[in-house]
Design a binder for this molecule. Structure first.
Ligand SMILES: Cc1ncc(COP(=O)(O)O)c(C=O)c1O
Ligand SMILES: N[C@@H](CCCC[NH3+])C(=O)O
Length: 430
């Protein structure tokens, strides 16, 4: 028997030895829509949001969902209806927020490489704030806004040089990272921003990394940010909001990140102690809102014994769920039907059909499965479908959103003909 509920995913449990997300039997969804298939739980996302809100009770806080984690229109619509804003990093993301009914005034635009066209698009939409990441970007934004007879609302993203103690590819607040403006250059950059005709300073911002499982890096970043706010305001520039970014981790494999409400209770204590308790706050959580709300369902195609390794070959691959291949990330993998009794488990590498040895979803997993049976890759709500590609000309999987016993197909399966959509054979331009 597999323990239930499963770690990190409160809405996922076995009932009569069959895996359910909320009240939906996942094997039924896999049969109806085929595999690979992503399934997301509404209750799980709402509960994650509620945990933040409990932590912020009575404070002025704008939660801006970092939509890069999961840009499904259905997920965006859910957060928009809950009154959330959005942290975006491209014009494409802005278009998706607007299509999902999000409020542009609650959009903040991060990213080191905003183009002039993206700046214009965001100014036309009337977004809430640009989180500016370099002095050069500041000059360009002022120029673009002035040409539109506007003043762009800006925060400077500070690189506080704090170690988030996470995977090096997803640490963003260290001196060696490309993000933000060095702590030491911040005051001078604010003075320049205040002098530029096309800008209006509204806040200050930082984001130190992702999948952070300790409170200390957040606390260290907060102290540095408050030191800067004091220095900037002493120079006569008002900071209306403090944005502390996202980055709170989730439980993939026994990780024990602080709960959102406990983390924020601690951060608010420090804000109060330093006299900034009534300042408007912004946060940009991504993974912690959606990561444990999703699973990716896949069918076992073949079991292939080997001399050194046994392979369980499934129909999902690195193009569908790239985190293991990219970061050696761990995602739990469990059967949709718990049939282990009477079967001898085998230790497998769970791999996909893509022609790369890096195409694996799990290593050394003990499973009692046979071809034709179904597996669920857990904690697949964040940075999984979002980072998917069509590598090996594989069509993108569909997505289903469940709520109680209701299940809705919110992204249809891409057909193989979709893969030709934007291509022409040269000389055949008619
Ligand atoms: C600027 C910015 N804000 C927010 C996030 C969201 O991070 P997470 O998904 O770890 O909460 C990211 C991604 O790391 C980011 O780059
Ligand atoms: N893609 C990363 C997170 C990146 C965060 C974006 N700045 C992951 O899957 O863990």
């Amino acid at each position: 028997m597999i323990p239930s509920p499963l770690p990190g995913q409160p809405q996922l449990h076995y009932r009569n030895q069959s895996l359910y997300l909320e009240d939906c039997r996942l094997a039924d969804l896999a049969r109806e829509h085929g595999t690979p298939l992503y399934v997301y739980s509404t209750a799980s996302m709402l509960e994650a949001l509620a945990a933040y809100r409990r932590g912020f009770a009575g404070r002025r806080v704008q939660i801006c969902y970092a939509m890069k984690a999961n840009p499904s229109l259905a997920v965006l619509q859910l957060f928009a209806r809950e009154g959330c804003g959005f942290d975006i990093v491209s014009g494409g993301e802005l278009a998706r927020v607007l299509a999902a009914g999000g409020d542009p005034a609650r959009v903040i635009f991060s990213g080191v490489g905003k183009t002039r066209a993206e700046m214009r698009q965001a100014l036309e939409a009337g977004i809430g704030c640009f989180n500016v990441e370099s002095e050069a970007e500041l000059e360009v934004l002022s120029e673009v806004a002035s040409a539109m007879s506007l003043r762009a609302p800006v925060s400077i993203r500070v690189n506080p040089n704090v170690d988030a103690r996470t995977h090096p590819y997803i640490s963003t607040g260290l001196k060696g990272n490309k993000f933000g403006i060095a702590h030491e250059r911040t005051l001078a950059t604010y003075q320049r921003a205040a002098a530029l005709p096309g800008l209006r300073v509204v806040g200050i911002d930082c984001h130190i990394g992702s999948q952070i499982t300790e409170k200390t890096p957040f606390l260290d970043a907060l102290e540095r940010m408050l030191d800067l706010v004091a220095a900037i305001e002493a120079a006569g520039i008002a900071i209306h909001h403090i944005d502390l970014g996202g980055g709170l981790g989730i439980n993939y494999n026994g990780d024990e990140p602080p709960a959102a409400d406990a983390l924020w209770a601690r951060l608010l204590e420090r804000l109060d102690a330093r006299g900034y308790g009534d300042r408007r706050l912004m946060i940009e959580p991504g993974r912690s809102l959606v990561g444990n709300a999703g699973v990716c369902l896949t069918e076992v195609l073949y079991c292939k014994p080997g001399e050194q390794k046994n392979f369980c070959i499934v129909d999902a691959a690195m193009n569908d769920l790239p985190r293991p291949a990219m970061y050696q990330a761990y995602h739990a993998i469990v059967p949709l039907e718990d049939r282990a009794e009477g079967r001898e488990p085998v230790v497998y590498d769970v791999v996909g059909p893509v022609c790369e040895s890096g195409d694996w979803l799990g290593r050394d997993r003990s499973l009692a499965v046979q071809p034709g049976e179904l597996l669920a890759v857990l904690s697949a709500g964040a940075y999984c479908s979002a980072m998917g590609s069509t590598y090996n000309s594989r069509a993108r999987p569909p997505e289903v959103l469940v709520s109680g016993s209701a299940a809705q197909l919110v992204r249809t399966r891409e057909s193989v003909s979709d893969l030709f959509r934007n291509e022409r054979l040269p000389g055949n331009n008619a």
